[in-house]
Design a protein around this ligand. Sequence first.
Ligand code: FES
Length: 115
Amino acid sequence: MTKHNVCDESDIPVGDKKPFKLGDTKLVVYHLQDGFYATQHSCTHLFAPLGKGKIVEDCQIQCPFHRARFDIRSGDVVEWANFPPGVQLLNGLRGEKSLKTYPVSVENGKVMVEL
Ligand code: FES
């Protein structure tokens, strides 16, 4: 695992997020009340860009396509795809799957992601 500097601490206000690309890996870095977190960029349902999603309940990312929600800290599914009505018919093919998460630290004001 190698640490990569993605941005300065002040680049992402609390409650916000930003997408990044490190080599071939796309990820989203989130700034929550208790610190920085990172997850994979594409939704595990049908690959929507979570960088365009919404942070809800202070600690969940909601997918912009079918509104699946994931816990940002663990990557766990909180609620699977549920919009528009009927999208659940796909669940046999695209069952619940957690997001990959990456360790994040802040060193001298620099946000570092381990890949
Ligand atoms: S692509 Fe994210 S919920 Fe469908």
